[in-house]
Design a protein around this ligand. Structure first.
Ligand code: HEM
Length: 281
């Protein structure tokens, strides 16, 4: 599929989608699943074959992830599905009190879902840190990115029926802060979850250094998280060389503006969202 034409009209659609997403997430309390959706779409990227990544393929019928299949995103005026999926992740972090993440539109949609098995497996406890490195280095991300992005577990919870794990990582799972790292350093806490891959962050000396830094310095976490999230959401997408180039400057200003221009774009997210929203309340 071709890159979208990122013209003024497209920017307006993106801004409208941003506002729709804010309202939708606030109404349904569904920031965690929106962040996870954006991560699962982007996290399939393979830097060597240049396949997978944030290309909206998670919307396709053959997408195997059952929880993601239940999440129906229908875009009306937005021409590019993946910009909406990644925008949802950025908005989810922002509306729960996290850092502002720079968002540049113009990703190319794909109809091809990568084969299963590209995302990390939480039960690979025995291999822990090496497993995380295998997966994230394949995406072209760094050790620092692994730790910062793992901080995404400051939002949401695991569900027994979906993953076999249960419970939230923090006491306030709808607030984006550095408490994931604070809890990780505390060790076992009643009612709070630590996946084997979360615990692996404590075993590797490079990872642990960042865990300790982020637990004591929330600003450092927010700075690094915003940078790593932007990298994740742009894997395989070079804003400066895409057709968004002509309006690249414009895009940042427009994308970060809280006062956008209303147009006829609408993002409607149905069914599953309402279920998740009810559970999170
Ligand atoms: C490092 C490797 C990772 C592993 C092994 C992992 C694994 C998991 C598992 C098992 C769940 C529970 C699913 C359920 O039962 O509902 C989960 C939830 C979640 N993950 Fe991750 N994850 C990883 C990285 C990330 C990253 C990088 C992000 C975002 C930047 C992220 C965001 C989330 C969120 C927000 C939830 C909560 C979803 C909800 O409340 O429904 N995860 N993850």
């Amino acid at each position: 599929m071709a890159f979208p034409v990122v013209d003024t009209e497209y920017h307006k659609e993106i801004e409208k989608a941003r506002r729709d997403l804010r309202a939708l997430i606030a109404f349904n309390n569904c920031a965690p699943i929106m962040l996870r959706l954006a991560w699962h779409d982007a996290g399939t990227y393979d830097v060597n074959t240049k396949t997978g990544g944030p290309n909206g393929s998670i919307r396709n019928e053959e997408e195997k992830n059952p929880e993601m299949k239940k999440l129906k995103i229908r875009t009306i005026a937005i021409r590019n599905h993946d910009d909406v999926v990644e925008l949802a992740g950025v908005v989810a972090v922002e509306v729960t009190g996290g850092p502002t993440i720079d968002f540049v539109p113009g990703r190319k949609d794909s109809d091809i879902c990568p084969k299963e098995g590209r995302l990390p497996n939480a039960t690979k406890g025995n291999t822990g840190a090496p497993h995380l490195k295998d997966i994230f280095y394949r995406m072209g991300l760094s050790g620092k990115d692994i730790v910062a992005l793992s901080g995404g577990h400051t939002l949401g919870r695991a569900h027994l029926e979906r993953s076999g794990f249960d419970g939230p990582w923090t006491n306030e799972p709808l607030k984006f802060d550095n408490s994931y790292f604070v809890e990780l350093l505390k060790g076992e806490s009643e009612g709070l979850l630590k996946l084997p891959t979360d615990i692996a962050l404590m075993d590797d000396p490079e990872f642990r250094e960042y865990v300790e830094l982020y637990a004591k310095d929330e600003d450092a976490f927010f700075r690094d998280y915003a940078e790593s999230h932007k990298k994740l959401s742009e894997l395989g997408f070079d804003p400066s060389s895409s057709r968004s180039n002509s309006v690249a400057k414009d895009s940042t200003i427009l994308a970060q503006s809280t006062v956008g221009v209303a147009v006829a774009a609408a993002v409607v997210i149905v069914s599953y969202i309402y279920e998740v929203g009810k559970r999170m309340k």
